[in-house]
Design a binder for this molecule. Structure first.
Ligand code: COA
Length: 330
C-alpha cells in the first residue's frame, strides 16, 4: 500500500497588537503611501515584550490539534521552523512540546529562514511516507519584532509576528503532499549583508561594539533579495509541479511566501497563475518569515478559498539562500 502524508488540521495565531503604516510614520522617516506602493503592506501584528516564539506557536498548534481531532499524545515529532527561537537551546520545539502536552514526541527546530516551514513539511513528508512516523506537528513561528532595528526604515516596515501549525498524518488515500522540493545555495551566505543577522552566533558573539553597530539586528539588501525572490520562487514552484506531473492550470490556489505584494504578483505572473488564484494576506501581517505560508494556508481554509479536494501550491524563499515548494491535495 502506498503511504501519503496529509495535512489533517491547521491553525494560526497572530498577536492582537496592530502596528499600522501610520504608526511607523511616527517612528522612522517613511510614509503609508511609500510602504503600500513598494510592499503592499498596510499593517502588521506585534507581540508584547514578554512573548516569545513558542508562546505564539503553542496557540497555533493547539488550534491545529483541535481541527485534526487528535490527542497531543499521538504526536510523534514536533518540528518548529523559526529564525527567532526563544533561546539558542533548548529548542523552541521543546517549549512547544511542553505547551501542548505532546509528551511522546521528539522535538527540534529547523533553521531555514523564511523557507523553514516548507523544509519542515518536506521532512515530515519523507518521514511519514517511509513509514517511520505517522503523526508530525510542523510549526512556523516568529517574533520578528525582537530582531528588527526599529530605527532602520529599510527593514522595520517589512516584518511582523505570528505563527502557524499543521498536523501531518499518514494516509493510504492519494492525497496530501503530492510533491515537495527544497533547495539551498550557501554561496549567498558569504555576504551576510544580503539577508541575515551577523552577530549572536559563534562567528560573532554579541558584544557592546556589535550592539552599537546594530549587528545583532537584521541586515538586508532589499533590491537584491527582491530580484532573487522573483527568480527563485517560480523555479521552485515548477519543480514541485514537474515532480507531480501536474500542470499549473490545475492548481486551485497558489500561496507564495508573503514578503512583498510586488514579489507575489510577479511570481503569479511568471507561473501563469491568474490573480484570483493567488492568495495574499501580506497587507494584514507583513512578512512573518517562516510563518507566512502556513498562516496563509490556515486562513485560506478558514475563509473557504481552499476547500477539500483542492490542489494547493505553496512556494517560498529565504536567507541562506533557501527555497522550497509543496504541492498539496487538501
Ligand atoms: N520609507 C521611505 N523610503 C524608504 C523606505 C521606507 N520605509 N525604505 C527605503 N526607502 C528609500 C531608500 O532609502 C531608497 O532611497 P534612495 O533612492 O534615496 O537611496 C528608496 O526608498 C528606494 O529604495 P529601493 O531599494 O529602490 O526600493 P525598492 O522598490 O526596491 O523597495 C523594498 C524596497 C525593501 C520594499 C524591496 O526591495 C523589497 O521588498 N525587497 C525584498 C525584501 C524581502 O522580501 N525580504 C525578506 C525576504 S524573505
Amino acid at each position: 500500500m502506498d503511504r501519503y502524508a496529509s495535512i489533517i488540521g491547521t491553525g494560526s495565531y497572530l498577536p492582537e497588537t496592530v502596528l499600522t503604516n501610520f504608526d511607523l510614520e511616527k517612528m522612522v522617516d517613511t510614509s503609508d503611501e511609500w510602504i503600500r506602493q513598494r510592499t503592499g503592506i498596510v499593517e502588521r501584528r506585534i507581540a508584547e515584550d514578554d512573548i516569545a516564539t513558542s508562546d505564539l506557536s503553542v496557540q497555533a498548534a493547539r488550534l491545529a490539534i483541535k481541527k485534526a481531532q487528535i490527542d497531543p499524545l499521538e504526536i510523534e515529532m514536533i518540528l518548529v521552523a523559526t529564525v527567532t527561537p526563544d533561546t539558542f537551546f533548548p529548542s523552541t520545539a521543546c517549549y512547544v512540546q511542553k505547551g501542548i502536552g505532546a509528551k511522546k514526541a521528539s522535538a527540534m527546530d529547523i533553521s531555514a529562514a523564511c523557507a523553514g516551514f516548507l523544509y519542515g513539511l518536506d521532512l515530515a513528508n519523507g518521514l511519514i511516507i517511509s513509514g517511520q512516523y505517522d503523526t508530525i506537528l510542523v510549526v512556523g513561528g516568529e517574533v520578528f519584532n525582537k530582531i528588527v532595528d526599529w530605527n532602520d526604515r529599510n527593514t522595520c516596515v517589512l516584518f511582523g509576528d505570528g505563527a502557524g501549525a499543521a498536523v501531518v498524518q499518514s494516509t493510504e488515500e492519494p492525497k496530501g503532499i503530492l510533491a515537495s522540493y527544497i533547495g539551498s545555495d550557501g554561496d549567498y551566505a558569504a555576504d551576510i549583508s544580503l539577508l541575515g543577522i551577523p552577530a549572536g552566533g559563534s562567528r560573532m558573539p554579541v558584544t557592546s561594539e556589535a550592539i552599537d553597530q546594530n549587528l545583532n539586528k537584521i541586515q538586508m539588501n532589499g533590491r537584491e533579495v527582491f530580484k532573487l525572490g522573483v527568480r527563485l520562487m517560480p523555479e521552485a514552484a515548477e519543480r514541485a509541479l514537474q515532480k507531480a506531473n501536474v500542470s499549473v492550470d490545475d492548481v486551485d490556489l497558489l500561496i507564495p511566501h508573503q514578503a512583498n505584494l510586488r514579489i507575489i504578483e510577479a511570481v503569479g505572473q511568471r507561473l501563469g497563475v491568474p490573480r484570483e488564484k493567488v492568495y495574499v494576506n501580506v497587507d494584514k501581517y507583513g512578512n512573518t518569515s517562516a510563518a507566512t505560508v502556513i498562516i496563509a494556508l490556515d486562513e485560506a481554509i478558514q475563509d473557504g478559498r481552499a476547500k477539500p479536494g483542492d490542489l494547493i501550491l505553496l512556494v517560498t524563499f529565504g536567507a541562506g539562500l533557501t527555497w522550497g515548494s509543496t504541492l498539496l491535495r487538501l
